[in-house]
Design a protein around this ligand. Structure first.
Ligand SMILES: [Mg+2]
Length: 138
């Protein structure tokens, strides 16, 4: 798997989606999809299950219209086959309550905006290690 791992990047800001996708590409990932909010992301995750092409890693913003990152995380945790997808939450600086709530809801790890490429790679590798997957390819 590794570089072919199917990653879903969810953020309501196009600029943030672009930044995360670029950093993932720099880390050697090629199979990246994006969604604009939790609802859009959930639809893509469910489609992946239906089409036997499951999302294998989720990177999601917290603050989004329609469905927040926390709502998405809680929804996934309540659906057995989806509960195990590694979930990296992106939170805004200074929102410690969000981090605590995300941890309580079972997030795999979190990264605080704005983050450097090094921090992003570190967080990716922490999540991958925690779920027993190979480290970032590049
Ligand atoms: Mg947002």
């Amino acid at each position: 798997m590794s570089g072919d791992m199917r990653i879903l990047v969810i953020d309501d800001m196009a600029v943030m989606r672009k930044i995360v996708v670029k950093q993932l590409e720099n880390l050697g990932y090629k199979n990246i999809e994006t969604a604009e909010n939790g609802k859009d992301g959930l639809a893509k995750i469910l489609d992946g299950v239906k089409n036997n092409n499951p999302v294998q890693f989720i990177i999601s913003d917290w603050n989004m219209p329609e469905m927040s990152g926390l709502e998405l995380l809680k929804t996934l945790k309540s659906k057995k086959p989806l509960a195990d997808i590694p979930f990296l939450m992106v939170t805004a600086e200074g929102e410690k309550d969000q981090i605590m709530a995300a941890i309580a809801a079972g997030v795999t790890n979190y990264v605080v905006k704005p983050f450097s490429p090094n921090t992003f790679k570190e967080k990716m590798d922490l999540v991958l290690k925690k779920v027993g997957l190979p480290a970032t390819p590049a």
